[in-house]
Design a protein. Structure first.
Length: 78
């Protein structure tokens, strides 16, 4: 299930992916989606939703305020 995010939050999410995601290579490709071809990180192309479960569980919680805002607007209890 995708979590909604506001376009203004997408820039912060994109920075977070590039800075902290262990599955995002230096070119913005997702190592988890690599099947012999490179695939762009889903979170780097999305401006309205958070689709990556790894990002939700392992990366987003590092940015406490952004995480809390996104949980609140999606009515999710931590």
């Amino acid at each position: 299930m995708a979590w909604r995010m506001k376009p203004r939050q997408s820039a912060a999410v994109h920075r977070l992916v590039q800075r902290l995601c262990a599955n995002c290579d230096g070119d913005g490709n997702c190592l988890l989606l690599d099947d012999g071809e490179s695939h762009r990180c889903v979170q780097l192309i999305s401006i309205y939703g958070i689709y990556c479960n790894y990002f939700k569980k392992a990366v987003l919680p590092a940015e406490k305020e952004l995480y809390a805002d996104i949980l609140r607007q999606n009515k999710i209890n931590p």
